[in-house]
Design a protein around this ligand. Structure first.
Ligand code: ADP
Length: 467
């Protein structure tokens, strides 16, 4: 059963249920009110008869006088004596030719009693009032007043018919209104389903569901969430595709070199040192690539094992600078601007790796005669490390992508033939810093060059080893 059918059924059954309750209440109220009115009329007639019989002296009733009994043409009256013999009756009662009491059981009662009786296969309401002489506790007779209930029954039947038909019509109208309004409300969901199917069929994650209605209603929220999910999926999918292509590309070059060298040695039928050296360096490169990828996978999933300890950032910075001086040689100047004593909580080796990646990049992308300046300072609760160079700089359009896996600027792609970079160094630095609850930023340096800034929280107490 579709949602639309279920909602329509629910809608009409709810309306039907409410109307049924309301109708029952109306039916009962009308029936009770009508019965009460009839009871009141019967009471009034009996009261009037007793009133007329000399203010409670029941004399006129005795001896068969029936003048006082004809109070209302709709109401039939019988007067029974103390021996329960019919003394007199109203004209309409004698015309009815009852020949018996309207309520036999009532005649035995010692107090006024209303009963519903079947007379000539019709329903009657009968009031029986025993006539007791006041003060003597002696029953001198009984008055019975009765009324045919056919009017009430007819009214009840008409009411029942109106209520049943009204209820059915209301349910039908509610079902129709529900059917169309639900179709209208659910139509955007159909668009969602169709788009989802089209996406599956065409394998095209770039599609989005068009929606012109208000964004804040339930359907609008659903479509916005769905479109956001599609956007994210598209992003992930593209990243995945790019990643596979990049890995494939990075693997092919060293494998081709290795195969070429192996072929050469086979043809020469001897192993020469140059080929073996080349194979070894390509194997090293592959090992580095695989290591970097594993590290990145762990860091991105937040599962990078970190041996957390108190780290003197200034000390490791000086160590790294010492190593990097060898890389810079006389080609460019690598100098320390200002340095503060800074203590953070972190994994010493990983933080060293961040420094190495940033400073080696700065050296790599700065031409001969340039300079790389490193600084370490702190604010109230953060360490601030800067690596600045006056090299080629990073084009503004590359800046948002610089920390993505395998991303390399156009110039670096051509330079990467030197065999060193995979475009993973900044990604690794970014994720290591993120895993230390820090931030890494890049900005252009004036008049030319680049500045990388790393923010790390200062150690506030003993470090907890999360590994
Ligand atoms: P790579 O192995 O290519 O150096 P990275 O992830 O370390 O990979 O850097 C990504 C890209 O960022 C580089 O290819 C280069 O284009 C750019 N880049 C990084 N550092 C600098 C810098 N100091 N100056 C200019 N460009 C840089």
């Amino acid at each position: 059963m579709t949602l639309r059918v279920r909602l329509t059924l629910l809608y009409s059954l709810t309306v039907g249920g409410i109307l049924l309750l309301l109708g029952t209440a109306i039916y009962i109220t009308v029936s009770v009110t009508l019965t009460r009115q009839i009871d009141a009329a019967l009471n009034r007639v009996i009261d009037a008869i007793i009133e007329e019989s000399s203010a409670g002296q029941i004399g006129p009733l005795e001896g068969g006088s029936q003048t006082g009994l004809d109070q209302n043409f709709e109401i039939y009256v019988q007067y029974w004596n103390a021996d329960n013999e019919l003394e007199s009756e109203s004209i309409n009662a004698s015309l009815l030719n009852l020949k018996r009491s309207m309520d036999d059981a009532g005649l035995q009662a010692n107090h006024p009693v209303f009963r519903n009786i079947t007379i000539h296969s019709a329903q009657w309401r009968v009031l029986t009032v025993p006539l007791i002489v006041s003060g003597q506790d002696r029953k001198v007779g009984t008055l019975q007043a009765g009324m045919n209930l056919s009017i009430v029954e007819r009214t009840q039947q008409v009411l029942l018919t109106v209520l049943v038909f009204g209820c059915l019509i209301a349910m039908a109208v509610a079902a129709m209104a529900g059917w169309f309004s639900i179709r209208q409300a659910l139509s955007p969901l159909k668009a969602v389903t169709n788009t989802a199917l089209q996406i599956t069929r065409a394998d095209d994650l770039s599609r989005r569901i068009p929606y012109s209605g208000p964004r804040e209603d339930e359907v609008g929220q659903l479509i916005t969430a769905f479109n956001q999910t599609l956007g994210r999926l598209e992003n992930l999918f593209n990243t995945q595709k790019r990643f596979l292509a990049d890995v494939g590309h990075e693997l092919r070059t060293p494998l081709t070199v290795i195969k070429g060298n192996v072929d050469l040695m086979r043809r020469m039928n001897c192993s020469d040192d140059e080929s073996l050296g080349s194979i070894e360096s390509e194997v090293d490169r592959l090992t580095r690539l695989v290591g970097d990828l594993l590290l990145l996978a762990q860091a991105e999933s937040g599962k990078l094992p970190l041996a957390m300890q108190t780290v003197e950032l200034d000390t490791i910075l000086l160590e790294v600078l010492q190593q990097m001086k060898i890389l810079a040689r006389d080609r460019l100047s690598l100098r320390l601007a200002d340095i503060d004593q800074v203590i953070v909580c972190g994994d010493q080796d990983r933080l060293k790796q961040v420094l190495v990646n940033l400073i080696s990049n700065a050296i790599k992308y700065t031409p001969n005669g340039g300079e790389v300046v490193v600084g370490l300072g702190k604010t109230e609760n953060q360490a601030c490390l800067t690596v600045s160079d006056n090299g080629s700089g990073i084009p503004v359009e590359d800046m948002p992508h610089i920390f993505e896996r395998f991303y390399r600027g156009e110039k670096s792609r051509t330079r990467s033939r030197d065999g060193k970079g995979f475009g993973l160094g900044l990604s690794i630095a970014y994720w290591i810093v993120r895993n230390h609850n820090g931030q890494i930023e890049v900005s252009p340096r004036q008049p030319k060059g680049t500045t990388f800034t790393v923010w790390l929280p200062l150690a506030q107490g003993p470090c907890i080893d999360a590994s």
